[in-house]
Write a protein that binds this ligand. Structure first.
Ligand SMILES: Cc1cc2nc3c(=O)[nH]c(=O)nc-3n(C[C@H](O)[C@H](O)[C@H](O)COP(=O)(O)OP(=O)(O)OC[C@H]3O[C@@H](n4cnc5c(N)ncnc54)[C@H](O)[C@@H]3O)c2cc1C
Ligand SMILES: *[C@@H]1O[C@H](CO)[C@@H](O)[C@H](O)[C@H]1NC(C)=O
Length: 546
């Protein structure tokens, strides 16, 4: 028997890592990419291409470099923590070149259909029809990895906005937004308070006459910058916090998280507070450091949902009305579909039934895998990579899957958990928790770090694994797929975070000092007050007892 042939559909980040996973497992990958280059969504073009996601000129990623990099290929230490799309592309090109992935990609080739072969129940093989320059071709594959992304089709819910057909101004989906210049001096409404909506509102507000940000539910706004200026995701994605989440009651966690977020600016006063029962921990936050600044400068005004449009104005659900609107941007998210797959994976209301978000449970053979079809509270790249490592092992028969009914039960249970936690919305159908999900897939692939033995054998490393940011190198500490550089990468991750900031190196500066005599005075004062307070309390107690 020859090497198993795997078709990888799409050469975005998920496609690239999938090609590498195939190579690592000794499979023979062929990647089909409809455009002429790698990178998918992250390759900026002035004009949106059909069938490929599209971003605007200024996009900066919201996941920091140590949290988003592939697990055996750290991002160069001098790259900034949050990268512009051009830098991200640079990294992906380095990755593709380093592991020599380009020669497996057939560019300008669209996958038209993927169908089971007649003998599928015994071979698990697929017929794949592709089209290159108008010419169709067919080939047989032993496995398929679908890496076509889920930010391609604009979700434009015009039905929910009566009167939009009368509206005389311009309106379009955020997918078609590229740069702010053409909107200078205009009155703009941005609908939707997700990452795209807030990004666009902030960017437009620098040149527009006025920006209105309309939201149905509000959102918690997180900054990219966390304590002491460390990237936010390196602070909140840790095993230690995950552990706390499991033992501390949810209401307490929410209480403290809200208090913390509101300490920066009060979400209620700023009109942003989500008007649901869902606390911070339970909601997909929006990342934006500049929004509060634009709001307090009056350049962005937060408004409720729009009830209807007239020819020139918008009437909001609270009855207020804004006149002379020139432009409406719908930052209302995306929907996904797999037109080439036919019945093998039906998408209903943006939901597909997939075991661990990867395998359709009802196929006779597990030879079809979806990679990156998730909405994590963290970066997609390390997840796609782990999914790929697991899927290729399943293709090879090294790991098995449970029975169809058990897989379906697992899917139903996950869905119920999510439904309880998240508001029912297009956005949350493929939502999941980062570390628990990574660990689950890592378990299935047999690569989850063994914390207990790590604490015994290598306490220094264990401390960083448990208390430090949960970076993807952790899943390269043991076989299969062990990377010898993993330990060092974990122990030096903080250095790589700081490195790009060291563009002005300081002499030793110890920080502001409190003079010695003042310190003594403060301590004595504190002790005295405590003593007095205790005496007072004791007296009170004695009185009430006697
Ligand atoms: C504005 C924006 C900001 C984002 N920011 C972040 C972030 O900060 N961090 C993060 O982790 N994620 C972010 N994402 C999510 C993003 O989806 C992922 O980072 C990642 O790009 C997904 O990669 P992918 O390979 O799954 O899909 P894509 O990058 O969309 O690539 C899919 C590829 O498949 C090709 N293709 C599609 N159909 C076919 C076909 N039939 N035949 C052949 N080829 C086909 C396309 O041409 C494309 O190249 C963001 C998304 C958006 C829209
Ligand atoms: C980053 O932004 C993208 C696009 O808006 C979004 O899909 C993703 O969930 C965001 N990431 C995080 C960690 O919030």
């Amino acid at each position: 028997m020859g090497r198993k042939r795997v078709a990888v559909i799409g050469a975005g980040v998920c496609g690239l890592s999938s090609i590498k996973c195939c190579l690592d497992e000794g499979l023979e990958p062929t990647c089909f990419e409809r455009s002429g280059d790698i990178g998918g969504l992250w390759r900026f073009e002035e004009n949106p291409e059909e069938g490929r996601a599209s971003i605007y000129r200024s996009v900066i990623i919201n996941t920091s470099k140590e949290m988003m990099c592939f697990s055996d290929f750290p991002i160069p230490d001098d790259f900034p923590n949050y990268m512009h799309h051009s830098k991200i592309m640079k990294y992906f090109r380095m990755y593709a070149n380093h592991f020599d992935l380009l020669k497996y990609i057939r560019f300008k080739t669209i996958v038209v259909s993927v169908t089971k072969r007649p003998d599928f129940s015994t071979t698990g093989q697929w017929d794949i029809v592709t089209e290159t320059a108008g010419k169709q071709e067919s080939a047989v594959f032993d496995g398929v990895m679908v890496c076509t992304g889920h930010h391609t089709n604009a979700h434009l819910p015009l039905d929910s906005f009566p009167g939009i057909e009368k509206f005389k101004g311009r309106y379009f989906h955020s997918r078609d937004y590229k740069k702010p210049q053409e909107f200078s001096g205009k009155r703009v409404i941005v609908i939707g308070i997700g990452n795209s909506g807030t990004d666009l509102a902030v960017e437009l507000s620098h040149t527009a006459d006025q920006v209105f940000l309309s939201t149905r539910r509000g959102a918690w706004i997180l900054g990219r910058i966390g304590e002491e200026g460390y990237p936010m995701d390196t602070i909140y994605i840790t095993r230690y916090l995950e552990f706390l989440k499991r033992i501390v009651p949810l209401c307490l966690l929410n209480y403290f998280a809200e208090k913390k977020l509101n300490a920066k600016f009060n979400h209620a006063i700023y009109g942003l507070q989500p008007n649901s029962l869902h606390g911070v921990i339970l909601q997909h936050p929006t990342f934006n450091d500049d929004l509060p600044n634009r709001i307090i400068s009056g350049k962005v005004l937060v408004k409720p949902n729009i009830r209807e449009f007239t020819e020139t104005s918008a009437i909001f659900e609270d009855g207020t009305r804004e006149e002379d609107i020139d432009v409406v941007v719908f930052a209302t998210g995306y929907s996904f579909s797999f037109p080439f797959l036919g019945d093998c994976a039906k998408v209903i209301k943006n939901q597909v039934s997939l075991y661990k978000f990867v395998f359709p449970p009802q196929l006779e053979k597990p030879t079809l895998a979806f990679i990156g079809l998730i909405q994590p509270l963290g970066a997609i790249m390390p997840i796609a990579e782990l999914q790929g490592r697991w899927a290729t092992r399943v293709f090879k028969g090294l790991n098995g899957l449970p029975s169809a009914s058990n897989m379906m039960a697992d899917i139903a249970q996950k869905r119920e958990e999510m439904a309880k936690r998240y508001v029912k919305s297009q956005r949350y159908t493929i939502q999941m928790d980062y570390i628990p999900y990574m660990d689950e897939v890592a378990c299935l692939a047999g690569v989850k770090p063994k914390l207990l033995s790590l604490f015994l054998m290598d306490p220094k490393l264990a401390v960083e694994v448990f208390f430090g940011p949960c970076t993807s190198y952790q899943y390269r500490l043991r076989r299969p797929g062990k990377w010898d550089g993993a330990r060092k990468a974990i122990l030096t991750q903080r250095e790589r975070i700081i490195k790009p900031l060291k563009t002005r190196v300081l002499d030793d500066y110890t920080g502001a000092l409190v003079p010695y005599y003042l310190q003594i005075f403060l301590i004595v004062a504190l002790l005295t007050v405590t003593f007095l307070l205790l005496t007072f309390l004791c007296n009170q107690l004695c009185i009430s007892f006697s």
